[in-house]
Design a protein around this ligand. Sequence first.
Ligand code: ZN
Length: 300
Amino acid sequence: MDPLRTEPIQRASAARIAPAAALVGLLLLIAVCSALGQQAAEPQLFSQSAKATLERNFRSPDLSYLLLDGSGKVLAERWATPPDLAQQAVSPGSLVKPFLAIAYGEQHGGRFPTVRCLGTESRCWLPRGHGNLVLEEAIAQSCNAYFLELAAGVDRKRAAQSLSRYGLAGPPITASAESLAGLGSAWQETPLAWARAYLQLVNEQQLPLQSRIVKGMLGSAAHGTARAVDAALGRNAALAKTGTASCSHTPRGAADGFTVVLYPAAQPRLLLLVRVHGVTGAASAKVAGAMLRSLGAGER
Ligand SMILES: [Zn+2]
C-alpha cells in the first residue's frame, strides 16, 4: 500500500513520512541560512562583500547608513562626514521612543498606561488619531500622543541613569517633554550610539520590559510604520523602528527619514540604521528593506 494514501493517524505511515519531512525541513533551513551563513563562517569576507554590494546598489547621496553585526562591530558604513563617518550626533525623531519607554517602565514598576490618541489635537502625526493604544501598538504605530504622555511622567535624572546603561547621553536635563518623545532636535547621539543601544535593547529581550518593546518593533515591521521592511523580507522577518526628524541638510528638505532594522527577528545577526534625506521614516523603511534584501536577507 502507498504509505502516503493511508490515514495520517496510522503510526507506521507517520514513522515513514517523518524522516522525509525532517529532511525537507533541514534542506529548507540550509537554503534559508546559506546567504547569511558565510557571515558566521567568514566574517571578514561577508563584511567586504556587504560593503561592495551596498556601495554598488545604493549610491544616492541622500542616503546615509551604518551596518553592524550582532556583536556591534561595524561591517559597512557611509555617513555624512567621512572619514569620521558616524561620529556626528543626530536627532533621529521617533527612534528615541523605545528608550523613553525603558526609562518610564523602570520608574513605574513595568506598568504602562493605555492612552487615547485623538490625532491632531493630541499632537500626533496621524490626523485622525490612533484611538486607544497600549505600549506595543504605540511603538508599532509610533504614536506621538502615547509617548508625550510617557515623557510627562518621567523623572529626568533617573531617566539619564537608565539611558546611560544603553550608552546614551540622553537629552539635556532641561529639555522639553517633546524632546524626550522625539519631537524636536534636543536629543542627539551619534548614529553608532543609537545603533548599539538598539542592539543592547534587543539582546535583553528575555527581560519583561524589553520583551514588550521588542514585540512593538516586531509589529512595526509587520504592520506599523516600518511595514515596508517585512514587505521586502517576509512576514515577521525583522524588528524595526522608524523616525521622522527635521532635516539637518543644506538645502533643507521636508524631513529626514530614519529606520533601524534588526535581522533576523528571532536572533539578530545584522543591524542596519539608515537616514534618507527628504523623506519620512516610513519611506526610509523601504530603502532599509531593499538594502538588507540585497545582502541576502529574506531569501528562501
Ligand atoms: Zn497617535
